[in-house]
Design a protein around this ligand. Structure first.
Ligand code: DX5
Ligand code: ZN
Length: 228
């Protein structure tokens, strides 16, 4: 079954939230109209930062009914991917650059009952997905090099979204396209117009003066992109 939504999805990233008040930050996401919660899992090896692990995902699961989108920036994702589904993740994505056995890891996510995603760093070409088609439910295109929130959007990723959308159309494939990194009011409409179904936003939501208003503004921009 396709994950592709009728209206574009916004996934605020908890990486930019206040970790002492995660429950309240979840309430804020729910009240803003955003439909997905993005959870950045970093291991200090695949990326130079360490963030959230399984116990936090278990706690988040108890605190919201929104889908949890766990972006695993870890080496050897096969060791942990299914555990994230068991901990309550609905979507789990793994980096192509981190795994020589992607089919196996994607299958482990699906077997555990999750939606399986492949993540591509800005420098990894979309052609590498061709022989994995059918094994994933969504593709997450990074528009920054992963590791930190608040980095600048790499503009050439827009064309990558267009090319991935074209490939999807040509082949009649149902996978969802998500974009992560430096997303904000300046590029949200254009990204949706290019073919993105789901946008991750960290700083653009949580570092705004009024995060709820910022998320609502992004959702409006995304709808504008869909209508254009
Ligand atoms: C970066 C993470 C992102 C990050 C996005 O490695 O994968 O999800 O939280 O943050 P912003 O939207 O601030 O670039
Ligand atoms: Zn992310």
């Amino acid at each position: 079954m396709s994950l592709r939504p009728a209206s574009p999805l916004l996934a605020p990233s908890l990486l930019s939230a206040d970790f002492t008040r995660l429950g309240e930050e979840l309430r804020l996401i729910e009240a803003s109209g955003a439909q997905v919660v993005h959870v950045d899992v970093m291991d200090g090896r695949f990326v130079p930062n360490i963030t959230i692990g399984l116990p936090v995902v278990e706690s988040l699961r108890r605190a919201t009914t929104l889908p949890l989108d766990c972006h695993l920036m870890i080496v050897e994702p096969l060791r942990y991917a299914a555990d994230f589904v068991k901990a309550g993740a609905d979507w789990v994505s793994i980096h192509q650059e981190a795994d020589p056995h992607l089919n196996r890891t994607l299958a482990s996510i699906r077997q555990a009952g999750g939606k399986a995603g492949v993540v591509l760093n800005p420098g990894t070409p979309i052609e590498t997905l061709v022989d994995l088609v059918g094994d994933f439910d969504f593709v997450l295109l990074m528009s920054v090099n992963p590791g930190f929130g608040g980095q600048s959007f790499i503009p050439r990723v827009l064309d990558k979204v267009r090319r991935l959308d074209a490939l999807r159309r040509e082949r009649g494939l149902p996978f969802l396209i998500e974009v992560d990194g430096g997303v904000g009011m300046k590029n949200a409409a254009e990204l949706v117009r290019a073919g993105a179904d789901c946008l991750v936003a960290g700083n653009a939501v949580f570092k705004a003066e009024d995060p709820k208003l910022a998320a609502a503004g992004l959702l409006r921009e995304m709808l504008r992109g869909r209508e254009a």
